[in-house]
Design a binder for this molecule. Structure first.
Ligand code: AGP
Length: 484
């Protein structure tokens, strides 16, 4: 890129800024470039496409980063640079232009986060801090939106587009990794409450497939960082085909928040640990509220069920505190199973995606090979893996599948698999079968994934720590996958 720009400068006998504009009109792919003009050493030229670029506005200085969190200790005023924009920075001036050399007005945003949010706050790791922040982050996500007294959910981005949402032919959830698992839980929720058909798509597949998208289709794009390249391109593809894009994002001002037609933030605060934890439970809380709001407007939920779920959601932060009190016991379990070579995670219904998420957390943090499955899928093959050294984690909280999952557990025990079961208070059957149990507060099956995922996060964390790994920066992983 540099040689290309220098060639343009020579061949066109133009200044660096002009040469950069010409070059960026011809290059393809994702990039962030920051250039110091040796002829004007007080000038920096920066641009981006596909990858994030944030400029922090200081007193007589500017800061450039791919994310706002490293900037917060210097300034709260930032400008998010969009694709095909050029920033020309001098110590006390910021000029924004498009590649057509037209001046743009920089949109200065105030960061709503504190320095403490990006510090460990006395915890050994950001991951543990973020797991223990969940009572507060879920409360923050509900605050100002969920009003149990009035029986209302206030979400401006949803209300303003309620006609499109409630009359959607189909909802397509698009995401990657942990956010994709949130989409899978949401599939169960939206189909049950809103009676709208839902599909859950891996963004990396959706963007290259020739998907059938109709007018009236709604895309819900889920992302913690709001900068995941595959999800951004999948959104652009769906937009080109006329779909309405609703973004569920954690990072305020991020690309996905800016390219979506409307959206809702999960307000989980900065998530520093690579393994997504509090953002996942925030995504679930937001998706439940969106589904309840659409169902209420559509009349596909009766008043009793609606109020019951509002109360259940309202009680989640307190119940999460109870789950977190189990961490010493979960730590003991982690030490017991840390030398496992493989692991299976099983769940049914709403807990099936939690099994996938539990397996992903263990893989990411402890490098133990783990797979998540719908429990009934076992007998169609994976049960061949079961023997006495294989830990099988069941997410078996009380729900409409409970009886079924007990028989799945018997199938595993019959082959001497080691069963670790996450169960609800008052379950007096499974403790007699399982090798180890983690007993969490009871909740409606639709809400239970927000609770049942937390022992999964803690188990992976403590196994990773017991194995001496850097749980905040696991090998081979980035917090935000901004390139393909
Ligand atoms: C989850 O722990 C991982 N960090 C990863 O799978 C992540 O969920 C995925 O890259 C999607 O990121 P996003 O939510 O920021 O789009």
């Amino acid at each position: 890129m540099l040689n290309f720009i220098e060639d343009i400068q020579k061949n066109n006998n133009c200044g660096l800024e002009e040469a950069v504009r010409i070059a960026l009109r011809r290059v393809v792919g994702a990039y962030v470039i920051v250039l110091l003009d040796k002829d004007n050493p007080d000038t920096i030229i920066a641009a981006r496409k596909g990858s994030p670029l944030v400029i922090g506005i200081g007193k007589g200085e500017h800061f450039l980063a791919s994310d706002a969190s490293p900037i917060i200790e210097y300034t709260k005023e930032v400008v998010y640079v969009n694709d095909y924009e050029l920033a020309i920075l001098k110590a006390d001036e910021i000029i924004l232009k498009n590649l057509g050399n037209e001046k743009l007005t920089p949109y200065i945003q105030k960061l709503d986060m504190e320095l403490a949010a990006i510090e460990k706050g006395g915890y050994d790791h950001f991951m543990l801090k973020e797991i223990f922040e969940q009572p507060d982050t879920i409360f923050d996500c509900l605050r100002g939106r969920l009003d149990v007294e009035k029986g209302t959910i206030t979400m401006a981005g949803i209300q303003q587009n309620i006609e499109k949402l409630k009359n959607a032919n189909r909802i397509i959830m698009i995401a990657c990794g942990t956010s994709w698992h949130a989409g899978l839980v949401a599939e169960y929720i939206f189909e049950e409450l809103c009676r709208i058909p839902v599909e859950v798509e891996y963004a990396s597949e959706f963007r290259y497939r020739n998907p059938v998208i109709h007018q009236g289709d709604v895309i819900i794009a889920i992302s913690q960082s709001g900068e995941t390249a595959d999800t951004i391109v999948a959104i652009e593809k769906a937009k080109e085909n006329g779909a309405f894009i609703l973004g569920v994002v954690n990072v305020v001002g991020s690309s996905i928040a800016r390219i979506s037609h409307a959206g809702a933030y999960s307000h989980a605060g900065p998530e520093i640990g690579v393994a997504s934890t509090k953002a996942f439970t925030g995504q679930l809380a937001v998706l439940v509220m969106i589904a309840l709001k659409i169902a209420k407007e559509k009349g596909t939920i009766d008043a009793t069920r609606y109020m019951h779920l509002l109360n259940e959601l309202h009680n989640v932060p307190e119940k999460v505190k109870e789950v977190l009190e189990l961490s010493p016991g979960i730590r003991k379990l982690a030490i017991k199973y840390k030398d496992a070579k493989d692991a299976l995670y099983l769940g049914r219904g709403y807990n099936f995606p939690v099994a996938l998420e539990g397996a992903l957390k263990l893989k990411e943090i402890s490098y133990i090979h783990a797979e998540g499955y719908p429990a009934a899928e076992m007998k169609h093959g994976p049960i061949a893996l079961v023997e006495e050294t294989l830990p099988v984690v069941f997410i078996a909280t009380k729900d409409s599948y409970h009886e079924k999952i007990i028989s799945n557990m018997q199938e595993i025990k019959a082959r001497r698999g080691k069963v670790i079961a996450v169960i609800s208070h008052g379950d007096d059957i499974i403790p007699k079968m399982a090798d180890d149990t983690i007993v969490i507060p009871e909740a409606d099956e639709l809400i239970a994934p927000i609770l049942s995922v937390i022992p999964m996060q803690l188990l992976a964390y403590y196994i990773g720590v017991a194995k001496g790994y850097d749980v905040d920066k696991p090998r081979n992983l980035a917090k935000s996958v901004t390139v393909e």
